[in-house]
Ligand binder design. Structure first.
Ligand code: THU
Length: 135
């Protein structure tokens, strides 16, 4: 699957974003090793810290359905009810969740100037702390 196609699925997922506090709608599309795609959106909360980002929503949906191998994730963001615009990159907590399940070579399709751009997890979170560190 090319990066544009996965990113368009992330942009489509933004329609379900629950973001009444920030007005910033994010969508994610996570491609599993077996070809399945799980989407996610940001889900905000009046107690702000309980907010879940789109990327973690997609990962938690997939892992809770038994998926454990992942190839790529695409992220699209922008003001709710508008097209994706500007830059949208995963927050630090989401990068750490990605590192739990994915190698440094995992493909992260971020949004730069409203367009998809392919990066690797190892670029976004160098020297990630993983279970191997505790061996
Ligand atoms: N957000 C995401 O869902 N993913 C990102 O990559 C960046 C930020 C959400 C969290 C919050 O609901 C809103 O965007 C503003 O921070």
């Amino acid at each position: 699957m090319n990066i544009e196609t996965l990113w368009e699925k992330a942009a489509e997922a933004r329609k379900s974003s629950y973001s009444p506090y920030s007005g910033y709608a994010v969508g994610a599309a996570l491609l599993c090793g077996n070809g399945k795609i799980f989407t996610g959106t940001n889900i905000e909360n009046a107690a702000f810290s309980a907010t879940n980002c789109a990327e973690r929503t997609a990962f938690f949906k997939a892992v809770s359905e038994g998926e454990i191998e992942f190839e790529a994730i695409a992220i699209a963001g922008g003001k709710a009810d508008e097209e994706p615009s500007g830059d949208c990159t995963p927050c630090g907590v989401c990068r750490q969740v990605m590192a739990e399940f994915c190698k440094d070579s995992f493909s992260v399709i971020i949004q730069k100037n409203g367009q998809p751009k392919g990066l690797m997890l190892g670029e976004l979170l160098p020297m990630a702390f993983r279970s191997e560190n505790m061996e």
